[in-house]
Design a binder for this molecule. Structure first.
Ligand SMILES: Cc1cc2nc3c(=O)[nH]c(=O)nc-3n(C[C@H](O)[C@H](O)[C@H](O)COP(=O)(O)OP(=O)(O)OC[C@H]3O[C@@H](n4cnc5c(N)ncnc54)[C@H](O)[C@@H]3O)c2cc1C
Length: 473
């Protein structure tokens, strides 16, 4: 405790998770150059402090928080270091955001092969978690498109890693949640596109079984995602709307130069040309309760089932990919205690029964999720892989009645484990060491400890997620 008093008080701030359900004090440092990072490792050692790494802080839980410790925020290390529009190979600093990336490359006819559902995260943060998109079955995770990266380890070494060189660190630092080393530059392969638009198909499915079947049957499309109505029970449990999308082939878009301009991609500032989008979360707040969520989900489902069924349309890449960014600050509509997301990954065989139990259990407890997103996944070889050959269902919950809520999450964790499921640290705020040990398995936990002991022998890299999930392991 005494050691921490040597960190300058003027650096002390309160930092939050994306869902505004957790806030923690931390000494904040925002380096501009990789050369400053070693000094910060030394500072941490001298003061007996720990360091958590932070990109844009868009993880839903405590992955980028360090209660009482140092937080290194990389948003100022945001330079594009090299771009080759012929090959689509780009080298960036870790603080470059997904938005910066697409704005930079799209006019040359390129797009990132894997994108999260929002454009605000950084590339370093996305690789720390090893994100997936609505095309995980087709394209894998973002880490699968990394050609090489340079990382600084707390032991003072600088390592260049590729899938074959320093392989364990390559597969460990990507997905390693900032616990093994710091990305300082990253080289990625982008995907060639011939239009800034996608061809989208939208249709309704009447229950969970049909949603899962449609997600599987369309897994070979460029994108497939299901929006699940999480508030309705009985025979309609798990009903929802599917969106599949495909890239346009060369020659299909009569005006590719126009559609690949950032101006074509920009999301509108107002809803229906009237309401400024910055105000919308305040209206949404009125509906973020059980009856409001039920009414909203029901209206959406009925519209999709009638006028919107099997509607095909062209939509810009940005509008399709970053649908959640349409309403700025929507997360504030979940109120004072914020929201958490609960995303579980289930193998093909157990997905239906497990998701049925999860949805029923949360509805019975009076704590239903208000938004559900379903995706199809394939396994990958990264250290903290979340993916399985199966599905994921991401559920957004409003935090309230905290003790009941914690009890529900504990129950859901056991239900997922019973279905041989996995979890995702980027979304997590409820896992405990015993659950982590079970889903990762002894081999992975041992391998992580071995890598940590060599890369970070003084255990400097410690986020709140690390302490919560690995404490005592
Ligand atoms: C609305 C919304 C939609 C989302 N949709 C998706 C989705 O579709 N798919 C998906 O997979 N995820 C999704 N996410 C989750 C999000 O993409 C991840 O949490 C991502 O990691 C956030 O990036 P960030 O820059 O905010 O990183 P942070 O949240 O700040 O950090 C994430 C992790 O990366 C580590 N890290 C940060 N910088 C570095 C670095 N330089 N070197 C090493 N480690 C580092 C941190 O320590 C932390 O463990 C979504 C999040 C939101 C809010």
């Amino acid at each position: 405790m005494a050691a921490k008093s040597t960190l300058p008080l003027q650096r002390l701030v309160r930092l939050e998770n994306f869902g505004h359900s957790i806030d923690r004090p931390a000494y904040l440092y925002r380096p501009t150059h990789a050369s400053q990072i070693n000094d910060l490792f030394t500072l941490a050692e001298k003061t007996g402090s720990q360091i958590a790494l932070r990109g844009a802080g868009r993880s839903y839980g405590d992955a980028a928080l360090a209660g009482g410790g140092i937080v290194l925020d990389f948003q100022r290390m945001n330079r594009i270091l090299d771009w080759n529009p012929e090959t689509g190979i780009i080298t960036v600093e870790p603080g470059v955001t997904i938005e910066q990336l697409w704005r930079y490359i799209i006019e040359d006819g390129w797009w990132s092969p894997v994108m999260p559902g929002t454009m605000f995260p950084t590339i370093g943060g996305c690789l720390g978690a090893n994100i997936h998109g609505k095309n995980n079955w087709r394209q894998g995770t973002l880490g699968e498109h990394v050609i090489s990266f340079t990382a600084l380890l707390p032991n003072g070494e600088e390592k260049v890693c590729t899938p074959t060189r320093n392989k364990d660190l390559f597969y460990g630092i990507i997905s390693g949640m900032g616990l093994l080393g710091v990305f300082t530059s990253i080289t990625l392969q982008m995907k060639k596109i011939y239009s800034g638009d996608l061809e989208v198909d939208a249709w309704a499915e009447p229950n969970l079984e049909r949603m899962l079947r449609a997600t599987d049957e369309h897994k070979e499309e460029d994108y497939i995602v299901g929006w699940v109505d999480t508030t309705v029970g009985g025979r309609a449990l798990g009903r929802g709307q599917m969106h599949s999308a495909r890239y346009l082939h060369e020659g299909e878009d009569p005006q590719p130069v126009r559609t690949m301009r950032p101006m074509h991609q920009d999301l509108p500032d107002t809803i229906m040309g009237l309401v400024p989008k910055s105000m919308v979360w305040r209206f949404l707040k009125l509906g973020i309760n059980n009856p409001g969520a039920w009414a909203g989900n029901t209206a959406k489902y009925l519209m999709n089932q009638t006028i919107g069924n099997h509607k095909r349309y062209r939509q810009s890449l940005v509008a399709f990919t970053f649908l959640l960014d349409y309403v700025p600050n929507w997360e504030y509509s979940y109120g004072r205690q914020g929201l958490i997301q609960y995303q579980s990954f289930l193998p093909f065989e157990t997905a239906h029964d497990t998701y049925q139990e999860i949805l029923q259990r949360s509805q019975k407890r009076g704590l239903p999720s208000y938004l559900g997103v379903m995706k199809r996944h394939r396994p990958d070889q990264f250290l903290f892989s979340h993916a399985v050959d199966g599905f994921s269902l991401a559920l957004d919950f409003k935090v309230r009645r905290r003790e009941h809520f914690v009890q529900l999450m504990d129950d859901l964790n056991q239900i997922v484990l019973a279905g041989n499921g996995r979890f995702y640290f980027a979304k997590d705020s409820t896992l405990t060491p015993d659950v982590v040990q079970q889903y990762l398995g002894d081999g992975t936990v041992r391998k992580f400890k071995r890598l940590k002991a060599s890369a970070d022998p003084a255990h400097i890299l410690q986020s709140d997620l690390y302490r919560r999930c690995f404490g005592g392991l």
